[in-house]
Design a protein. Structure first.
Length: 440
């Protein structure tokens, strides 16, 4: 199989993904003309663009979308490199600059593509009922379960179905991290009124990963009033979470009770038969001929996470598209080896911890790493050091280097945090919630 021909097939599939996730004008102007150049070391994609103007725009605005598209096709992350052919054209004068208009709903996350089984049947039925009759079935609908089991799929399916039946509805879909970041930005920029109008005028509000509201007092306050406004107006609210509301320790009681007003539905890891069905369905969507023994091998070894099942199939498809290697047990063992040993690098974990603590205390991550000494930042810094030590087991010297502090400062911070945790239940609950959120 010719490598460039194979890469062209991958690029066509990636372009199709981009077409579904951006405005028509932006797609035609910036994405459709991309040409395949090379795919080096299985992790660097080189694409040609028409001129330097297009290269700059694609680099600034569309690289994350392209990376997401290639990962959707291949099942693993790649770097995207953009080049302009030597016979470079003059950059045209931009009379119109189409803006990116990414819809929140994933086009492939429909009810039809959701594989049902005993572990998710109740949540699926509840989601369908809400989509068929917004505000008339269950309000709010609270779906919970571990990461990677289909909660986001159901939220997207609800959005797609309601949008189809009620094109005039104002549907707002957001994950809780983005919601929190928008609140922080609105407070800093004095634009809280615009923020409130965006969310409180929704006909349907869908919020993913609501567990990230834990410990964030300003976010909880704002969401409490948003929830009340929408619920009192008879608007539909759907929430997804990685745990039951009662297990979000630093969640205010007034929010916990509201989350439980409507219907709570859980999703558990799928059984073997459902896992096999998911693997086969994903292969079918990719037009990949997957032998039964391969599907069963994947289902036997990846048991907790649907994303991992789908990722394994995508990787097998990438082997076939790029190298002509048909799926078999030997190739599959190689394909899922990294997934079975999947652990995040420590630097990534540290960034996640600092970012989550920063959102909780409404401070900047740079301030936590920096020299500021006001009480709020100092407390956030001490908590970051404590949680890094708890999760990574790094030495005190290494933690100090991350914050440009000496060993004695880290020792003092850890001792202070241990004393505060013993004395203050709220601090302990906040730490527990942050650790859970980082590990999500």
């Amino acid at each position: 199989m010719d490598t460039l021909d194979s890469f062209n097939g991958v690029l066509d599939a990636a372009k199709d993904y981009c077409r579904q996730h951006t405005a028509d004008a932006a797609y035609e102007y910036y994405i459709s003309g991309l040409k395949a150049v090379s795919f080096e070391n299985s992790n660097c994609v080189t694409l040609a663009v028409r001129n330097d103007f297009i290269r700059q725009i694609v680099s600034d605005r569309y690289t994350p979308l392209l990376k997401e598209a290639f990962k959707s096709v291949l099942g693993f992350d790649v770097e995207v490199k953009l080049v302009v052919p030597q016979a470079e054209e003059k950059a045209p004068v931009a009379t119109h600059d189409p803006e990116d208009d990414l819809p929140s709903g994933r086009y492939d996350f429909t009810f039809e593509n959701f594989i049902k089984g005993p572990s998710n049947q109740f949540a699926y039925a509840a989601a369908q009922a809400v989509a068929a009759n917004p505000s008339g079935a269950y309000n709010p609908l609270f779906i919970y379960g571990p990461s990677g089991l289909g909660k986001t799929h159901l939220l997207n399916a609800i959005e797609i179905e309601i949008k189809k039946n009620h094109p005039d509805f104002n549907i707002v879909y957001v994950d809780c991290e983005k919601f929190t970041n928008e609140i922080i930005t609105a407070v800093r920029n004095n634009t809280t009124e615009q923020f409130r109008q965006k969310y409180r005028q929704a006909d349907v509000l869908l919020i993913d990963d609501i567990q990230f509201i834990a410990g964030k007092e300003a976010t909880q306050e704002e969401f409490f009033h948003t929830f009340n406004t929408l619920h009192n107006a008879g608007k539909q609210i759907v929430l997804a979470c990685d745990r039951p509301a009662k297990e979000i320790k630093s969640l205010e009681e007034r929010l916990r009770t509201r989350f439980e007003w409507g219907l709570t539905a859980d999703i558990q890891p799928p059984d073997f038969e459902t896992r096999v069905a998911i693997v086969k369905r994903k292969a079918e969507l990719l037009n990949l001929d997957l032998p039964d023994d391969v599907a069963e091998y994947i289902a036997n070894h990846l048991k907790q996470n649907i994303r991992q099942l789908e990722g394994a199939v995508k990787k097998l498809n990438a082997y076939y598209m790029l190298e002509g290697i048909a799926p078999c047990i030997g190739v599959t063992m190689t394909a899922i080896k990294d997934t079975l040993n999947d652990t995040q690098p420590i630097p990534v974990t540290i960034e996640k911890i600092i970012n989550e603590v920063a959102r909780t205390f409404n401070v900047l991550p740079a301030d936590i790493r920096g020299k500021k000494r006001n009480a709020n930042v100092s407390t956030a810094r001490q908590m970051s050091m404590y949680i890094i030590r708890e999760i990574t087991g790094m030495s005190m010297e290494a933690i100090g280097a991350e914050f440009q502090r000496d060993h004695s400062t880290v020792v003092y911070s850890l001792k202070t945090m241990e004393e505060n945790i013993q004395r203050d239940r709220h601090i302990k609950e906040t730490v527990d919630d942050i650790i859970k959120n980082v590990r999500t």
